[in-house]
Design a binder for this molecule. Structure first.
Ligand SMILES: *Cc1c(COP(=O)(O)O)cnc(C)c1O
Length: 369
């Protein structure tokens, strides 16, 4: 067992026999994609599970971001966070939109609403925040700024599957929210994603856009894209939805173990659960204060690797430091001090439904001295 690797995540996989039965059904029907019965069923089941009116499935979690911007004709400049996975900012670039980075709030690692206003220009049309680690952003604060300036809000909720505040889904906030069902996420369809929208008209528009803009056999209403999810992954998704609550409960137990053993380690901090929020435990970030801990984040990170404990530095480096974006005015380090500091301190510990008691103990032993 000494050499067994403990990975940061592990895909939640449906029962293979049950999946094979669905495959047989798909083979028999010969309907393998283009809004088939499993696709329709999964859209409905997800809307129920997530407590949202409309879900539009996609073949990954990046196309819903790109398509949301197209659907609402967002142009010019969009305010966003440098502390995310690159897809967030890339979706703006692919739409010819200039990303404007704003610093984050250290209490949730999401956009700091108090810093948004100063970044607004006449060209600003929208805000694209991220519910980082599935921790809800200050959604009221963000909406207040958006309303004052007439901006749209598109949440990248790739981490926030199933997260609720006082019984209400975080996906209901803003104008639209996107999800990723990539294999590394809490809920997965291997690759996949969704756009959550508020009304039937927008659902229709998104369904056209993700199918090349076809609104009928011979009518194309917009330069759409191919974003469709196939029947095989939709069927897989239906099976996985039945066990996602089990996976979240298992992750919760891991979080409890990490917290009870790391709480008194000097120089190590982490987030606690917030009353009223249904958390999904998608990630377990810890933050290393090198002076107090007596070792830098990177030293700890590589020490863990040596012992086959594979944490991840999510999110490091900041998106604003990559070659495409580092020339932007808003990428200057003086503009993003909180994000810079957190990016230098963070390690996401292994967090998934399949971690054993020994795995957890081994992760902890790397950190507790
Ligand atoms: C995973 C992720 C995406 C992209 O999703 P894919 O399904 O991999 O395309 C976008 N944003 C964030 C914050 C993510 O973590």
């Amino acid at each position: 067992m000494e050499n067994h690797q403990i990975t940061v995540t592990s895909p939640l996989l449906p029962d293979l026999n049950e999946f094979n039965e669905r495959l047989k059904d798909i083979w028999d029907s010969k309907w393998v994609t283009n809004n088939g019965k499993y696709h329709r069923q999964l859209e409905k089941e997800l809307a129920d599970y997530l407590k949202v009116p409309y879900v539009c499935l996609f073949t990954n979690g990046t196309l819903p971001l790109i398509t949301a911007l197209q659907a609402m004709r967002i142009t010019g400049e969009v305010i966003t966070t440098p502390y995310s996975f690159v897809a967030t900012t890339h979706s703006l670039w692919w739409n010819g939109i200039k990303p404007v980075f704003v610093d984050i709030d250290p209490n949730n690692c999401g956009l700091d609403p108090e810093k948004i206003e100063a970044a607004i220009t006449p060209k600003t049309t929208a805000i694209m925040p991220v519910h980082c680690y599935g921790k809800p952003c200050d959604m009221d604060g963000i909406q207040n700024v958006a309303d004052k300036y007439g901006l749209k809000v598109i949440y990248d909720a790739a981490h926030a599957f199933g997260v609720e505040v006082d019984g209400k889904s975080v996906l209901e906030y803003g104008d639209m929210s996107t999800l990723s069902f990539h294999a590394t996420k809490v809920y997965n369809t291997l690759e996949g994603g969704a756009l959550v929208v508020k009304d039937e008209k927008m659902k229709q528009r998104i369904d056209y856009l993700k199918n090349f803009g076809f609104a009928g056999e011979t009518e194309v209403i917009a330069p759409g894209i191919n974003g469709k999810l196939d029947e095989v992954r939709a069927a897989y998704g239906i099976l996985n939805l039945r066990q996602v609550d089990m996976a979240i409960a298992a992750r919760c137990q891991v979080a409890i173990r990490y917290r009870e053993t790391l709480r008194n380690v000097d120089g190590v901090s982490f987030f606690d659960d917030i009353p009223g929020i249904r958390h999904n435990y998608s990630y377990f970030p810890i933050f290393i204060d090198a002076k107090k801990y007596g070792m830098s984040r990177d030293e700890l990170y590589f020490k863990m690797r040596e012992q086959n404990v594979l944490g991840r530095r999510y999110f490091y480096p900041l998106i604003s430091t990559f070659s495409t974006y580092r020339g932007l005015e808003s990428s200057k380090w003086e503009n993003l001090p909180v994000a810079q500091r957190i990016a230098e301190q963070v390690i996401c510990l292994p967090m998934h439904h399949g971690l054993s008691e020994e795995d957890i103990a081994k992760v902890i032993s790397c950190i507790v001295k």
